[in-house]
Design a binder for this molecule. Structure first.
Ligand SMILES: C[S@@+](CC[C@H](N)C(=O)[O-])C[C@H]1O[C@@H](n2cnc3c(N)ncnc32)[C@H](O)[C@@H]1O
Length: 229
């Protein structure tokens, strides 16, 4: 079974350990990869919906891995008991939903060595939540799969919030500091997108003027980040 670059990048951020949980597993590809590549001894594949869990069960059985992967139905981290797994993954959902899953499962999250998340939209909402709620980003990855950028964030509980410029909700400070090979292209794409937004704000109203200033400020800050590289 060949995994997409996005899923492989996520799975390869899991350190060799006894057990991991894949929340919102859908097809169950990540659990299959983690066991097949000897990264984990046991994986809990969890999903809120019956359809995806049946799909995962079918794929897992086809690979002969049902002894090592346990499927569970339920929302977010609530299907896990405290300290049952070393780490967990929440991938392929929006930043808002991932934030809600972490918030609802805070007690389980605090006991994990780390959580790996891959927000498909609004990663900035998740980073803002992380920095302001006593969590810590320990690693990030960026990949391009089928012409789309994907950000993957490894986060852990740390008790301490971090004051940081808002621009780092949008662009990963970790990736900048580590000079990730794709970070420049990523920032340039963001600048291009905001330039298009600016051109599209044509109304002659007070509100439009405020919005134009906001976008201009964002473009200025994004350009400043390029000087780090
Ligand atoms: C787009 S799929 C992503 C599948 C896989 N994680 C990936 O990245 O390719 C999202 C999955 O999350 C599940 N899901 C949505 N909300 C959830 C929640 N609160 N708890 C657990 N699973 C959830 C959906 O049923 C669906 O199977």
């Amino acid at each position: 079974m060949e995994l997409s670059l996005r899923l492989k990048t996520i799975a390869n951020m899991v350190d060799k350990c006894y057990a991991c949980a894949d929340i919102g597993t859908d097809h169950g590809y990540i659990p299959i990869y983690l066991i097949s590549n000897d990264i984990c001894k046991k994986v809990i594949a969890s999903d809120i919906n019956k359809g995806p869990i049946n799909k995962a069960k079918f794929n897992i059985k086809s690979e002969g891995l049902d002894k090592f992967i346990e499927c569970r139905i339920g929302s977010g981290l609530t299907t896990l008991k405290s300290k049952e797994v070393n780490c967990a993954i929440v991938a392929g959902m929006g930043g808002n939903l991932i934030k809600d899953i972490v918030e609802e499962g805070k007690d389980i999250f605090k006991d994990l060595d780390y959580l790996i998340v891959q927000p498909v939209q609004n990663p900035e909402i998740f980073r803002e939540y992380v920095y302001n709620n006593g969590y810590k980003i320990i690693e990030e990855e960026l990949c391009v799969d089928e012409n789309k950028f994907y950000e993957i964030i490894k986060v852990k509980y740390s008790k301490k919030s971090t004051k940081i410029d808002n621009v780092f909700y949008e662009v990963s400070k970790y990736l900048l500091e580590n000079n990730h090979p794709l970070i420049k292209e990523y920032i340039l794409k963001k600048i291009e997108k905001n330039n298009r937004i600016l051109i599209a704000i044509t109304e002659d109203t007070k509100l439009a003027a405020v919005r134009r200033e906001e976008v201009k400020r964002k473009i200025f800050k994004l350009k400043e980040l390029l000087e780090w590289l």
